[in-house]
Design a binder for this molecule. Structure first.
Ligand code: SF4
Length: 251
C-alpha cells in the first residue's frame, strides 16, 4: 500500500467529520505539564483508570512534582504508582527523567520545552522507556509542541481505510498525518458531544498554536473512534462518523 497525496489530503475531512460529530475532547486531563509527563510514562501497558489511581496516590502524597519525585525514595515511589503496573520499572524511569531535567535543564521544564522540537524529541527518545508515542505525547500535551501522536488506533484506522499499511514506520505515519492535517482550518473550542471526552482541565485549556490544537484534538478523536467503533475484531462502521470515507469495495 502506497502513500499518495490523495490519501494524505483526506485527513483534513476526517478531522472535520469527527470534530463536528463530537466536538473537542479536552486532552490531556491534567493540572500541570509535569502531571502530563508522569501520566505519559504511567500509561504504558495499562489502562487510564489504573493511571488515575497512581496519580491520585502521588498527588495525595505531595509527590506530583519534579521535586517530589526527586526527593522521594525509590521504594516509596514504587508503592505510590503500584496500581499502574510495572511499578519498579516505571518508578526507576521517572527518577531518570527527573535526573535528566536536572542535569540538562537545571530542573526547569520551561527551559526544556523551550528547545526546538526535533532536538528535544531526540533527547527524549534517548531516555530509557521513552518511545516515539511517549516522546510525542510529552511534546504535544505537556509542551504544546506541534507534533502528531501516532498510536495503535491511528494505525488501525489508516490501514482499514487504505491510507497506510500497518507496517509503515512510525515517523512516516506521523509525517503523513501532519501533512494531511496541515491545511485544516482551526476550529473554535466548543462543547463536547461525546460522552467519554475528558472534562476541561488546566492543561486542556493551555495556550497552544492552532496546529498544535488540531493535533491535540485529532489524537483524542481518534482514540474515541478506536475505543468505541474501530474495534480490533469487529469494527462498528454503521455508527462511525468515518464510515463515509471507507473505500468502496469493487464487486
Ligand atoms: S469503524 Fe469502520 S468506518 Fe470507523 S474507522 Fe473503523 S473501519 Fe472506518
Amino acid at each position: 500500500m502506497k502513500r499518495t497525496s490523495k490519501n494524505q489530503d483526506c485527513l483534513g475531512p476526517y478531522f472535520e467529520a469527527l470534530h463536528s460529530a463530537w466536538g473537542p475532547q479536552h486532552w490531556w486531563p491534567a493540572r500541570t505539564p509535569f502531571e502530563v509527563i508522569v501520566g505519559a510514562y504511567l500509561t504504558q501497558n495499562t489502562s487510564w483508570k489504573n493511571v488515575e489511581m497512581a496519580l491520585a496516590h502521588l498527588r495525595r502524597a505531595g509527590l506530583l512534582s519534579l521535586r517530589g519525585i526527586r526527593d522521594v525514595s525509590l521504594t516509596r515511589l514504587e508503592a505510590a504508582i503500584r496500581p499502574a503496573g510495572y511499578f519498579r520499572q516505571k518508578a526507576a524511569r521517572l527518577k531518570m527523567f527527573v535526573a535528566f531535567v536536572d542535569q540538562r535543564y537545571h530542573g526547569s521544564l520551561e527551559r526544556m520545552f523551550g528547545q526546538p522540537t526535533q532536538r528535544l524529541r531526540q533527547e527524549l527518545l534517548a531516555l530509557n522507556g521513552v518511545g516515539p508515542e511517549t516522546a510525542d505525547s510529552i511534546l504535544l500535551y505537556a509542551g504544546q509542541h506541534p507534533v502528531f501522536v501516532v498510536d495503535a488506533y491511528t494505525r488501525r484506522i489508516l490501514e482499514r481505510h487504505g491510507i497506510a499499511a500497518a507496517s509503515l514506520p512510525y515517523e512516516e505515519v506521523q509525517s503523513l498525518c501532519e501533512s494531511g492535517l496541515a491545511a485544516t482550518p482551526h476550529t473554535a473550542p466548543g462543547r463536547s458531544n461525546h460522552p467519554t471526552a475528558h472534562r476541561p482541565s488546566p492543561m486542556s485549556r493551555a495556550q497552544r498554536s492552532p496546529l498544535a490544537q488540531i493535533y491535540n484534538d485529532m489524537h483524542g478523536l481518534i482514540v474515541n473512534v478506536g475505543k468505541h467503533y474501530c474495534l480490533k475484531s469487529k469494527p462498528q462502521c454503521e455508527q462511525c462518523p468515518l464510515q463515509k470515507f471507507l473505500p468502496r469495495v469493487r464487486a
